[in-house]
Design a binder for this molecule. Structure first.
Ligand SMILES: [Zn+2]
Length: 531
């Protein structure tokens, strides 16, 4: 029922019959913030006086009267979806469903081959509101497909956006700014197939409110957990999730459902397909990365910066066009890794010289025992000089100028999983230790330190990339993306991680051996406010 519920909701909003007044194209407000839809005004406030506070009602001024319905394919088109080795046809179901609920006499102009926008007359036109016959501008419903380039869907504001089935992350991200001016909302209707990727942690996990059908609750119930049908969380995000199961579909008998589900033998797949319940986060490369644990407040832990006596490493993931990923991480004598700098300059905005200057400046006066760079930088030549030569010359020159301690960049090792495994191990240990400076364990009278990793709160991009990076097979959405589209999520979120992997797999990235005296210098200088 999700598609019809969404379609019907938009018809109500066009009619000004939606029970939440602000969702309607036309709604009324008083100076004290009470709001009403047209039906409520006609029945409870025929004299345009707010029934709650007795002040005058006014029509809310809209800057935009356009709804956007986005889906995998445009109305009338089909595409094939290659899933589980079977090719099935995907059609646009949004358009026919919307037409089913929309009174046909509202339609002024339907969609045509080239023009995917539907023009509707405002159904409230001619009714008397605020003592005047109301005359609203046309309402537009535009249809877009995920395969359309982000650019072609960018630009103007929208009242509300409906995404039917999970779009590629780039597409979704591009929609959010379109809703700002009108304080619009976004609806995402989806059948959680096992390929659900970003919407799990970006939307599902962050909900403030969960509404579940009885069938979903029955499925989730365990001896020590009785899930409520309506559950509020302390999430700061204004997100609500409505969860229904295949069992809630009144047109399917229980036998038909059992029969349909018997083709899956994996209980996790049945949980997602039948009950919309996600058993695990699938496809994330650093599954254990958790903002609540690994993303630590810089000012609490390092009010005076990272100690100079630690071992420092930095790296550059070089790209000819997309932003470079430059980052620094340091190892403490107790084998704790701290990521403390991320810098993502676009080579289209800055010259190599400017990027080197900015990066060197941000690295302050630390001396780096490791300066690593993507080998791609060695392959691109301008007048027989590689980008790598350029960078090294620049850092040499900057040191002469008194900026930074210099550093000779060498290409990193691209092979093997050692770096990734090392990060995974450290992430898990950090969860075990809960916070920095808490990794000492004693075995047979000997002190050992669990290797951990932490990201300082100023490194927002580094943290986001660690959270969002996924396996290609999951990031590879089932929508046909153009081959030349280089911004698929798996590329997009990899860059900072390449730097950390390269550092972690390098044999000389080891904790510094400090003299007893140095080690026992009171850590207070660097670290205050430990709980
Ligand atoms: Zn009022």
């Amino acid at each position: 029922m999700k598609t019809s519920a969404c379609a019907y909701n938009y018809v109500l909003r066009i009619q000004s019959w939606h029970p939440i007044p602000e969702k309607n194209v036309l709604y009324f407000e008083c100076p004290n913030g009470h709001t009403y839809n047209a039906l409520q005004v006609l029945t409870h406030a025929p004299d345009w006086i707010c029934p709650k506070c007795k002040s005058e009602l006014k029509i809310h001024e809209r800057g935009c009267r356009i709804f956007r319905f986005a889906s995998e394919v445009l109305p009338g088109e089909t595409t094939s979806d290659n899933k589980h080795g079977q090719s099935t046809e995907v059609k646009n179901s949004v358009y026919p469903e919307f037409k089913k609920w929309l009174p046909p006499h509202y339609i002024k102009r339907d969609i045509k081959h080239r023009n995917m926008a539907m023009t509707l007359t405002d159904p409230q036109n001619g009714n008397i509101f605020c003592d005047k016959p109301y005359q609203g501008d046309d309402i537009v419903v535009e249809f877009v497909a995920y395969s359309q380039t982000v650019q072609s869907t960018a630009g103007k504001q929208r009242l509300s956006i409906w995404q039917d089935e999970e779009p590629p992350y780039d597409f979704h991200e591009e929609q959010l700014p379109r809703l700002m001016a009108e304080d619009g909302d976004l609806l995402l209707s989806l059948t959680p197939a096992n390929r659900l990727s970003w919407s799990y942690d970006e939307v599902f996990e962050r909900a403030q409110l969960y509404i579940r059908t009885k069938a979903v609750c029955d499925f989730l119930r365990t001896p020590d957990y009785d899930p409520p049908q309506v559950e509020y969380t302390d999430s700061p995000h204004s997100i609500a999730v409505v969860q229904a199961a295949t069992d809630d579909n009144p047109t399917l008998s229980k036998e038909a459902i059992e029969d349909k589900m018997s083709q899956y033998d994996d209980p996790d797949i049945i949980a997602t397909r039948r009950f919309g319940v996600h058993k695990q986060v699938k496809g994330r490369i650093f599954k254990s990365f958790d903002y609540k644990v690994h993303f630590i407040d810089r000012d609490t832990y390092f009010p005076y910066g990272i100690p100079h006596s630690w071992n420092h490493a930095r790296g550059i993931d070089y790209h000819p066009q997309t932003p470079w990923a430059c980052g620094c991480m340091s190892l403490s004598p107790e084998n704790e890794a701290f990521i403390w700098l991320d810098y993502n300059p676009s080579p289209e905005k800055y010259t190599t010289k400017e990027i080197c200057f900015n990066f060197a400046t941000q690295c302050k006066d630390y001396k780096f025992m490791l300066n690593l760079i993507d080998p791609l930088s060695e392959g691109i030549k301008k007048d027989k000089i590689t980008i790598l030569d350029d960078i090294n010359r620049e850092f040499h020159y900057l040191k002469h100028e008194g900026i930074g301690e210099g550093g000779y960049f060498v290409t990193w090792d691209t092979k093997g999983e050692k770096g990734r495994d090392e990060i995974r191990k450290r992430l898990k240990n950090s969860i075990h230790c809960e916070r920095p400076y808490n990794n000492k364990s004693s075995q047979d009278g000997r002190d050992t330190y669990l290797p951990t990793i932490w990201i300082l709160s100023n490194c927002k991009t580094a943290a986001k990339m660690m959270k969002m990076w996924r396996w290609e097979e999951y990031a590879d959405t089932r929508f046909r993306m153009q081959k030349e589209d280089k911004n698929k999520p798996e590329d997009k979120w990899s860059h900072m991680n390449m730097v950390w992997e390269a550092c972690c797999k390098h044999p000389s990235f080891r904790p510094p051996r400090l003299s007893c005296e140095m080690r026992h210098q009171p850590p207070k200088r660097y670290f205050q406010g430990r709980r």
